[in-house]
Design a protein around this ligand. Structure first.
Ligand SMILES: [Zn+2]
Length: 292
């Protein structure tokens, strides 16, 4: 069966809420990467409401998606989740648990969690690994026995010039593999992030093999985390397609192009759907390269 074609909800949700599902379905998407945050990485306001309100809200989203023949292929928990003390960690976990419950209501098979680091000394690799591990352990405990699986994502750590050449707690293929082995999680390949740290996403995909479960498909020029459409930056998409074919990738094709969308919406928010429509065609072309 062909992988689904999806897109991250973040910026759309900010502007349209649930209605964006109808509009995205109409232009050809049959999957969503549901973000637990909107524009500017602000956590969804619904999480300030009562548990029953949250349940109603996410059941309604699920119904709307079902009605449009759209599947929630993956969810994305809010961030940042960096901390120093145990107390801060508990507060973060308390925030993440309702987002996991929401992911379960949405019927998502995968949930992506950004790496967690030390708030002080962000570049300390060992402490970053330890912090992220503790968050993953707590999350895994909460969803034990469900069909939801945690995926760790490769994230570049910026230096002050916004260049992404500093190794973080989960930046490169070798880092991802460590978490997969240690915590039994899957991996989310953010193609743009790999490109930023100078690793060809094709190389990362081969390293991950069957552990590659989901993707954040996006492109950039190797300088900043632009999150633009595939085939419009510096990534060699044919090489990635070949690698995915080789490892027998069976997942979906979800784009994360919020960077581009948040820029285009300043002109006219409806233009976001023009971009999304072109993006949908590009994702289908890419899928054809992988699966055809
Ligand atoms: Zn990403």
């Amino acid at each position: 069966m062909a992988g689904n074609i999806g897109i991250a909800t973040g910026v759309f949700w900010n502007e349209y809420g649930e209605e964006c599902i109808d509009k995205l379905a109409k232009i050809g998407y049959n999957a969503l990467d549901f973000s637990m945050f909107t524009d500017g990485h602000k956590r969804l306001k619904i999480f300030d409401e009562s548990l029953s309100d949250e349940e109603r809200y996410f059941s309604s989203v699920k119904n709307r998606a079902d009605g449009n023949g759209v599947t929630i292929a993956q969810t994305h928990l809010s961030f940042p989740i960096d901390y120093d003390t145990d107390r801060e960690r508990r507060a973060i976990v308390d925030k993440l648990l309702p987002e996991l419950d929401a992911s379960l209501i949405l019927g998502a098979p995968y949930v992506v969690i950004h790496p967690s680091r030390k708030l002080s000394g962000l570049g300390n690799f060992a402490e970053g690994v330890e912090n992220y591990g503790k968050i993953i352990t707590a999350v895994n405990e909460h969803i034990k026995g469900t069909n939801l699986q945690v995926c760790v994502e490769n994230i570049p750590i910026y230096n002050k010039y916004k260049y992404c050449r500093v190794q973080g707690a989960c930046t490169r293929a070798d880092d991802l593999i460590k978490y997969v082995g240690k915590f039994g999680v899957g991996a989310c390949l953010d193609t743009g992030h790999s490109h930023l740290v100078g690793e060809n996403p094709a190389y990362v995909a081969r390293k991950l093999g069957k552990n590659l479960k989901v993707m954040h498909i996006n492109d950039n020029y190797g300088i900043d985390d632009d999150h633009i459409m595939p085939y419009t930056g510096g990534i060699n998409w044919s090489q990635l397609a070949t690698a995915l074919k080789e490892i027998g990738y069976k997942g979906d094709y979800c784009a994360e192009i919020d960077g581009l969308l948040s820029r285009i919406k300043r002109t006219d928010r409806e233009f976001m759907f023009d971009v999304a429509s072109t993006n949908c065609k590009l994702l289908k072309k890419f899928r054809e390269e992988v699966e055809g």
